[in-house]
Every structure is written in structure tokens, then in C-alpha cells.
Design a binder for this molecule. Sequence first.
Ligand code: NAP
Length: 294
Amino acid sequence: MINRLAIIGIGLIGGSLSLALKQAGQVKHVVGYARNEATRERALSLGIIDTAAASIEAAVAEADVILLAVPMGAMASVLAEMAPHLTDNMIITDAGSTKAGVAKAASDILGNSISQFVPGHPIAGTEKSGPSAAFATLYQDHKVILTPMKQTNVSAVETIKTMWQQTGAEVSEMTVEHHDLILAATSHIPHLLSFNLVGLLAQNEDVDEVLRYAAGGFRDFSRIASSNPVMWRDICLSNHDAILTLLQQYQQQLTEIGQAIQEQDGDYLMTLFQSAKTARDTRFEIPKVTNGKK
Ligand code: NAP
């Protein structure tokens, strides 16, 4: 049971953690910080937080666990602002979608408190954002990856692992580098492709005519292009190496597909499509639908 949980960034991810722990009866008091008073008021009125803090210093005071759930581009400045106010008994974690940048920022900024920092990433989400998007079952039957560093205290990892398990999530551990490579493939590149295709079509003068005839496949593929642009800009900039490596492979493959179509090479296309179908049908573990959102 967490006595006092401080959430910095009360949006979809931070808000859903609070609601899940409250529903499970595993947190006594949640204090939340966001820059805008309107965000804090909304989180209060939705019962996501018990107290709104108008500063990061006030939010972390006397907290047992602190969750950073702000966009990746804000992680370093939030860490710097909270660092002088941390005490030995506080455990800090984050929910950022890429891990190398935040792990480096924490190492540079946190001083002795680095042993209390447990980098993490819930593999759950929707294309919606802000406190109104939060819901208690977001993490149920989803994975959470923790990427402890060599300095991380084992008991701090255990506390954060237990916290996520209490939301219904399955927790695993891996290195920061492995995490960033895997997530580039399964999340960052798909979002890039969706933003790119929808952005390209939106430049067409007859975009409304095109979208009127959009079928289920396009609806599925384009859903994630409705995600928060600030969040995805920050993710792409922070996971640059892994994303660029995969993008290069993707571009190479696209060139080959183009050539095959030009040369009417049906065998090439059949081999590619069949191997993708077999992988999708037999080897992918797809998260269950929760609350009708994802
Ligand atoms: P979100 O719904 O947009 O919420 C972000 C929250 O942070 C808002 O309350 C916002 O309120 C606050 N905020 C923004 N900039 C801030 C700053 N500079 N200082 C303090 N507070 C700030 O975003 P989210 O989807 O919850 O994502 C949060 C984190 O989780 C991101 O790092 C993201 O990479 C990660 N994540 C997201 C997903 C997903 O699918 N959405 C999944 C896994 C992990 P104000 O604007 O009022 O400050």
C-alpha cells in the first residue's frame, strides 16, 4: 500500500495509474501536479487526485512514490526541479515511452537519489490524452517494462513492480537499450508510418472524398495518427538511433516493393505478404480490449 503517491503529469497515463490503484485500494492519498490549473481542477473533479499541487516541490513533499508522466521532452526539467526536494525514502519512477534519454537525465541530475529511480514504461495507451482520457482498467492484462540501471536499488524495483502488478499489469525487466530497440519496432515506427500516410493524404485537395470511402483497414491504420503530436515528436527525437536504423530498413523494403510492382513480380509480393500473414496469425500476442478503448 502506497501512503502518498505524487503524480507529475496528470494525463492519460498518470491519471489511469491513480484510478487503478484507487480501485484496487492500494493507495491512501494521491497528489497531482500539472502546469495548468484547468488540468489540475479536471483531475480533482474526476477523483483522479485527492490534492492538487501548484508546484513540483509541493507535489513531491512527503511522497513515498513519485511518478513522472509528462511528455519525454519535459522529463529532464521536471527531474531537475524535483531533485533538491527528494529525500532518501522516496522512490521515483517514470512512464516515458523511451528509456535511454530519461535514464541519462536521471543519472546526470539526481545525485545520490539515482539509486531510488526506477525507469519504467507501461505498454498500454490510447490515442486520447489529458485527465479526461484516464480510466482504471487501462493497464489490466497489459505489460509494463522496467529498465533498472546498475545503480538502482533492488527494493525500489520491487516497490514499483508491486505497484504496477496491483493495476493488473504483467511486469518484466530488460535493459534500457533493449527496450528502446523493441519499442522502436512495435510502437514508434508504426506511429511514424500512420502520421506520415494520414499527413500525406491530408495534403490532397480531394482528401474529404478519399476519407468518405475509407474502409475498416484505413480506420485501423489511421487511428494512431490521432495521438498527441507533442508526445510523438518527443519520442521520435529521443529514440533517434533505433528509429533511424529501422526506418532505413523500411525504406529499403519499400523500394523493393516498388520495383516488384513495376516489374509485375507477383511472386515477390506473395512471399512477402504470406510471411507477414503467418507471423501475424501465429506469433503475435495481441493485448485484450479493455474498456472498449484498446
Ligand atoms: P497526456 O495525457 O498528454 O498527459 C501529460 C500530462 O503532463 C498532462 O497532465 C500535462 O498537463 C502534463 N504536462 C505536460 N507538460 C508538462 C511539463 N512540462 N511539466 C509538468 N507537467 C506537464 O500524456 P500521456 O499520454 O499521459 O503520456 C505521459 C507519458 O507517458 C509520456 O512520456 C509518454 O511518452 C508516456 N506514455 C504514453 C502512452 C500513451 O499511449 N499515451 C503509453 C505509454 C507511455 P499540463 O499541460 O496542464 O501541464
